[in-house]
Design a protein around this ligand. Structure first.
Ligand SMILES: Cc1cc2nc3c(=O)[nH]c(=O)nc-3n(C[C@H](O)[C@H](O)[C@H](O)COP(=O)(O)O)c2cc1C
Length: 206
């Protein structure tokens, strides 16, 4: 049986890049899909999937992972009350998991505009028309809003609603998990006390 860990002690952003590249090559769809966990002021957690839309050392104060959403949604309200979150990738084709934890900051309005307007026009309209997470008595109401935005802006980009924005999670912990035979799995956890400090790492019992 192989004695060594297969998870190197390299910089966790570089290691993420390698694993993400392998996931893009092997996952059937959405290799950038990740679970985002937030908690409300009563410390009750909630989780949903979002898409990773930026990552690496140039984001946030010491590197980060970026997603975009409606800040008036349930997750948006929870983030406003508690600017900490946790992300999870599970790539089934590779039998790998990555857990990421840390504080959040909002992206600049220029960054939010740039990403919003990089999306297809139909997606811009769909998100501008959505009061995400609010009750919708009848789906027709949503489709009517879509139609009225199409009429109001017959071509080109749609203005980004001010509550449609992005967040950068600056990780204080990143844990890599690799399936191994006989459930003798391999885990390495990288931690740092602030986004500008150096990383430490340790293996964990699986
Ligand atoms: C694969 C996948 C990717 C998704 N990506 C996003 C995303 O990037 N941003 C977003 O706001 N919602 C995304 N959603 C929808 C969310 O999971 C969720 O339904 C929505 O954001 C409302 O969540 P909330 O009520 O907790 O705020 C995605 C759903 C799936 C299944």
């Amino acid at each position: 049986m192989d004695q060594e860990s297969t998870i190197p002690q390299s910089d966790p952003f570089s290691l993420f890049e390698i694993w993400f590249g392998e996931a893009k090559a092997s996952e059937p769809n959405d290799p950038n899909a990740m679970a985002l966990a937030t908690a409300n002021p009563q410390a009750r957690p909630s989780v949903r999937m979002v898409l990773l839309k930026g990552h690496g050392a140039h984001w946030g104060s010491g590197g980060g992972f970026v997603f975009y959403t409606n800040a008036e949604s349930r997750k948006g309200e929870e983030i406003r009350a508690n600017m900490h979150a946790s992300l999870l990738f599970h790539w089934k084709s590779l039998r790998r998991q990555i857990r990421i934890e840390g504080p959040l900051e909002e992206v600049s309005s220029d960054q939010a505009d740039a990403y919003f307007h990089s999306r297809p026009r139909g997606s811009q309209i769909g998100s501008a028309a959505s009061d995400q997470s609010r009750p919708l008595p009848d789906r027709k109401l949503y489709l009517d809003r879509v139609a009225s935005l199409e009429e109001r802006y017959p071509e080109g980009d749609i203005p980004r609603p001010p509550h449609w924005t992005g967040f950068v999670l600056s990780p204080l912990a990143i844990e890599f998990w690799q399936d191994r035979d006989y459930r003798l799995h391999d885990r390495r956890r990288f931690t740092r006390s602030s986004p500008t400090e150096a990383w430490s790492n340790t293996l964990l019992y699986p």
